[in-house]
Design a protein around this ligand. Structure first.
Ligand code: GRF
Length: 200
């Protein structure tokens, strides 16, 4: 039981979903949670700038600083535990987490994926590849999914989904942008608040 969930956002890149969370928090839309930590596995990720501009503590847990992937993950776990994190949000975080990690924080890790799961998801399906696959399949609707994270990539329980239209002439880049604007940036803050309030 927590009054206000301490949230860590894990990132690898640009961090527009992190920004959507920061903005939603600023508007008072995440009353049951507070983003207290941003962790990147990539030094130089622009998401780190966003954290610093918002006055949020950030850290880098880069593979280059550890002997192997397990040591890196252990450092990540230690950091999250030290900061007493209640809810972990993967927002464009490209490391696959081991079962040890997902079991440790069971029911407290969520991810955003830019398709309607179970379509166009799983290992290796990230970034533009997801939208390329949607266009190649000729689907007329795609979208975004927020789900709990377990040991199966993109395989955990679905929390929320939002559909987005695919239009004639879409390129993967155009579709990616529309999915972000019309689905991801709206869905993620709402799902975070819903999960945070369920922990309260
Ligand atoms: C988003 O499309 C998200 O769904 C996926 O990775 C991308 C991250 O973008 N998991 P950003 O770093 O939030 O801008």
């Amino acid at each position: 039981m927590v009054e206000c969930a301490r949230i860590a956002v894990l990132v690898s890149g640009g961090g527009t979903n992190l920004q959507a969370l920061i903005d939603a928090q600023g508007r008072g839309e995440i009353p049951h949670g507070e983003i207290v930590l941003v962790v990147s596995n990539r030094r130089g990720a622009y998401a780190l700038e966003r954290a610093s501009e918002a006055g949020i503590e950030s850290a880098v847990v880069s593979r280059a600083d550890y002997a192997d992937a397990q040591a890196q993950e252990e450092a990540l776990i230690a950091l999250l535990e030290e900061r007493e994190i209640d809810l972990i949000v993967l927002a464009g975080f490209l490391l696959i987490l081991s079962e040890r990690f997902t079991k440790r924080f069971e029911g407290r890790i969520i991810n955003i994926h830019p398709s309607l799961i179970p379509s166009f998801c799983g290992e290796g399906m990230y970034g533009l590849k997801v939208h390329e696959a949607a266009l190649a399949a000729g689907v007329k609707l795609t979208g975004a999914t927020v789900h709990f994270v377990n040991e199966i990539p993109d395989g955990g329980e679905i929390i929320a989904q939002k559909a987005v239209e695919v239009r004639e002439g879409d390129t993967p880049e155009v579709l990616q942008q529309r999915v972000m604007e019309e689905a991801e940036w709206i869905l993620l803050p709402r799902a975070v608040e819903a999960v945070a309030s369920s922990l309260a």
